[in-house]
Design a protein around this ligand. Structure first.
Ligand code: ZN
Ligand code: ZN
Ligand code: ZN
Length: 215
């Protein structure tokens, strides 16, 4: 039996120029080093991949839609062995990075190119920068993914203990971004609860919640 060194293709789009960047990530290279992919254009940020102490793979991915990096942590198994998987932007829900074999990635790039085209047409945008945020001022800063993660853990914890209540009682709870903050909602009946203080400092007050009632 020949054991092939594990390799994975990963692709994303440069938020500055829109070019698709495709890289190959090997398990050996990754265990030794940080892997960095970067567009050659000026001002381009980088996609960084590294392995954490507990053998998880951490990715920092430039987002075409937010012009900032989003962080993701996945298991090695998912990264190297799953058929393909997509990382999506927590704010817009658009897929921003694709991991899989070369064929899958090409298909995804094509699919999302059409999706971006439709999005731009629907917003009457002529250039990529028309759909990207301007330099944001303090008031407009979106909740950080770290805040989302914190709230997600809180909700999952409470759910496990049976302390998330909703009218239907069936549950299946998930979180999503809204205009005002982050909402936890019931997948069965649609009832919801909104977290509105979603800056890293303010979110701490929610950690004292011992139950959540959706309505
Ligand atoms: Zn670029
Ligand atoms: Zn984004
Ligand atoms: Zn419900």
């Amino acid at each position: 039996m020949i054991i092939e060194p594990k390799k994975r293709n990963i692709a994303y789009r440069c938020p500055e120029c829109g070019t698709s960047i495709i890289g190959l990530v090997g398990r050996f290279a990754l265990s030794a080093n940080l892997v960095r992919l970067k567009c050659s254009c000026e001002d381009a940020g980088a996609l960084d991949i590294n392995i954490t102490n507990d053998k998880k793979i951490r990715l920092s991915v430039p987002c075409l839609f937010c012009k900032q990096n989003h962080g993701y942590t996945v298991s090695e198994g998912i990264f190297f062995d799953s058929e393909k998987f997509l990382l999506n932007c927590p704010y817009t829900g658009m897929d921003i990075a694709f991991i899989g074999d070369e064929e899958d990635i090409k298909k995804e790039l094509k699919r999302t190119e059409e999706e971006i085209g439709r999005l731009m047409a629907s917003l009457e945008a002529e250039e990529l920068s028309d759909i990207q945020p301007e330099d944001m001022n303090e008031d407009e800063i979106l909740p950080e993914p770290a805040v989302y993660d914190t709230l997600r853990f809180l909700v999952k914890d409470l759910e496990e203990e049976g302390k998330v209540h909703c009218p239907c009682g069936k549950g299946g709870y998930d979180l999503r971004f809204t205009d005002r903050g982050i909402q936890v909602y019931c997948e069965s009946c649609g009832a919801s609860y909104e977290f509105t203080a979603v800056t890293p400092g303010a979110v701490e007050e929610y950690l004292y919640l011992d139950e959540i009632k959706l309505n």
